[in-house]
Design a protein around this ligand. Structure first.
Ligand code: ZN
Length: 294
């Protein structure tokens, strides 16, 4: 079985990106896995500290590993937004394939110092685990926001990116390039889209020459995502779009069967609703032809 690093290398060579989808229950995991298998593309599922707390760190690791083994399928597991070394060690011991060690809220010197320590400590436990570091400000919370925060001061520069990568030894970098966690109400309605700073991505890639992740991909303009991948983005995170689809599917399942109490008759509506979103994002990230009108 190929490792995540090999697949990232391959994606980079092919000018495509690996989709990263956050999950916090079995419905979301089933939907992501089904969508990836339909397209036969590798996929990353991620859980933040809060999502891991709900599902169980060791339990989700066992579940994803069982899918990988039974179906001989390249599905990988990421410990998303981890803010302490203790939580990172927990994920490393559970066998997560990668981790986002996120101290981007700290001043850059402190971020560098603690991220370097974390890279060393985590790789001592789990040498194959890829460690991602984060710089700049892209807001917090994959939720629906009423107004957009001003993130212009938190944009990443190529110099800062290069210094951070060289000083910490991270395998992957998450820069701030116009992206934002969560979605505005107008984005959920499809009235507005996020836009990315493509030139900034290009110069960061050139300066840091490392794998790059785009966080907060939900609600981003399709053409911008395509260009960002062309400019050097290797992983794209989608969370809020899935959460919106999960809720809509669940509501539909309950509304269509008002008397039903059997979970496996209600929940497939949520699985299908999420699967459609994941499938359409995976097609875009993997350069597949989109269906007309999709
Ligand atoms: Zn994120």
């Amino acid at each position: 079985m190929r490792q995540l690093r090999d697949l990232l290398q391959e994606a980079q060579q092919n000018g495509v990106a690996i989709g990263h989808f956050n999950i916090s229950d079995l419905v979301l995991l089933k939907a992501v896995f089904a969508a990836a298998r339909e397209l036969n593309v590798p996929v990353l599922v991620g859980l933040s500290e809060g999502e891991r707390e709900f599902v169980g760190t060791r339990q989700i690791a066992a579940f994803v590993r069982s899918l990988r083994e039974e179906f001989d399928y390249p599905i990988f597991l990421n410990a998303d937004h981890t803010h302490s070394l203790a939580k990172g060690i927990e994920a490393a011991k559970a066998g997560f394939d990668s981790i986002v060690f996120d101290l981007s809220a700290l001043p850059i010197e402190e971020n560098i110092r603690q991220t370097k320590q974390a890279v060393e400590a985590l790789k001592a436990i789990h040498p194959a685990m890829l460690v991602e570091g984060e710089i700049g400000d892209i807001g917090s919370g994959s939720e629906i926001h009423d107004s957009a925060p001003d993130l212009t001061k938190g944009l990443s520069s190529p110099e800062e990116a290069k210094q951070f990568v060289e000083s910490t030894g991270v395998d992957i970098l998450a820069p701030a390039v116009g992206n934002m966690h969560g979605m505005l109400r107008s984005m959920v309605k499809g009235e507005t889209k996020k836009h990315l700073e493509i030139e900034r991505i290009k110069s960061i890639k050139q300066a840091a020459s490392v794998f790059l992740t785009l966080h907060g991909g939900s609600g981003t303009d399709d053409a911008d995502l395509r260009k960002a991948i062309g400019a050097g983005i290797n992983i794209v995170h989608i969370n809020t779009e899935l959460r919106v689809a999960w809720r809509r599917g669940l509501e539909q399942g309950l509304a269509k069967q008002p008397e039903e109490v059997v979970p496996y008759k209600i929940l497939p509506f949520a699985v299908n609703s999420v699967r459609e979103v994941v499938g359409s994002r995976l097609k875009l990230f993997n350069g597949r032809q989109m269906a007309q009108g999709a």
